[in-house]
Design a protein around this ligand. Structure first.
Ligand SMILES: [Zn+2]
Length: 333
């Protein structure tokens, strides 16, 4: 089976954005009016078409990351928007249970304890059948006001993750800081920052079964692996293989062959999960190859891995990180 661990609902009908604009203006009532047919149409010509063409079976699917916008409005605004977005993902999974499985947005808000996200996580996992969450290390949207991910500030939420046996993808949302382009800078900065925070702390000593996925190939981390190993050594931390690599995983959302080659050369295979983030950050065709930049399966297939290794990246590693996925797959086989 080929599982894509990283997809967002980036192609929602305009009513969703319309509802959001009204919500931000303080005028939204009820929920966005989107029919099942409209949901189907938005997916059939995009994510589902690309799944078929590229040969993926199941996508771990969450709301559009850049529009989670935890920095917009107060906590109640974030709570209401999050619920709306997660409910739409749930409807999509109900329509296409073989193609999608849900991962939730969290109702984070600047300065608010992540403990306030527990109720929504429980609802999504226990009632909606979701298998993980997106955790934003910077709910300020580019100004970095929250404590590092290793701080006790986050611990009540991690306790619930461990109890429910769900991982988090460390994923920022849009940037309201003009210095940081959202997908080109803010995302990659956050991936790199999260990894360095994990090095500096001792989070996985406190939570040995907690699992974090750092998307976009781990940001700058694989390229600078020597720097991170050296910094950990200077800080008298254990080897990164013991300190982090039982708990931290990277996806393959790197949009060229040399980047994927490097990722697999540097990071142990057991820590790499197939992902594409389609339809997402980069939607064009690479003139050098004639392929879509985000058709990451081509790069992985080009690596010359054994069938066992490919199966780990496409399936086994993902089931290890998202244990609840096997239940979903069995139920809808
Ligand atoms: Zn993403």
């Amino acid at each position: 089976m080929i599982i894509d661990c990283h997809g967002h609902y980036t192609t929602a009908p305009a009513q969703l954005e319309g509802w959001r604009a009204e919500q931000v203006a303080g005028k939204a009532v009820g929920v966005p009016k989107i029919s099942d047919d409209e949901l189907r149409e938005s997916l059939e010509k995009a994510q589902l078409k690309l799944q078929r063409e590229r040969g993926a079976d199941l996508t771990i699917f969450s709301p559009r990351a850049s529009k989670m916008e935890h920095h917009v409005g107060n906590e109640q605004v974030s709570q209401d928007w999050t619920r709306v977005c997660n409910d739409i993902i749930h409807r999509i999974v109900e329509l296409y249970p073989k193609n999608f499985v849900g991962v939730c947005q969290l109702p984070q808000s600047p300065g608010i304890s992540p403990a306030n996200c527990i109720e929504e996580l429980e609802r999504c996992v226990n009632e909606l059948g979701f298998i993980g969450c997106n955790l934003n290390p910077d709910p300020s949207g580019g100004y970095w006001g929250a404590p590092p991910l290793t701080d006790k500030f986050w611990y009540p939420f991690y306790e619930k993750m461990v109890e429910l046996d769900v991982p988090a993808m460390v994923h920022v949302t849009g940037s309201c800081n003009p210095c940081f382009h959202a997908t080109g800078a803010h995302y990659i900065n956050a991936d790199t920052t999260a990894f360095m925070q994990f090095i500096q702390g001792n989070l996985f000593k406190d939570f040995p079964t907690l699992k974090m996925v750092i998307p976009h190939g781990g940001g700058a981390v694989p390229y600078h692996w020597g720097r991170y190993r050296g910094l950990a050594q200077d800080m008298k931390k254990p080897l990164l293989t013991e300190h982090l690599l039982n708990n931290v995983f990277f996806d393959t959302c790197v949009y060229h062959q040399p980047g994927i080659d490097l990722l697999f050369k540097v990071i142990p295979l057991k820590n790499i999960l197939f992902g594409s983030e389609m339809v997402g950050a980069v939607r064009g065709i690479d003139p050098e190859t004639g392929n879509f930049y985000d058709d990451t399966k081509i790069y992985v297939d080009n690596l010359g891995l054994t069938p066992e290794q490919l199966n780990a990246v496409y399936d086994g590693n993902i089931r290890h990180v998202y244990p609840r996925i096997s239940q979903h797959i069995a139920k809808h086989a």
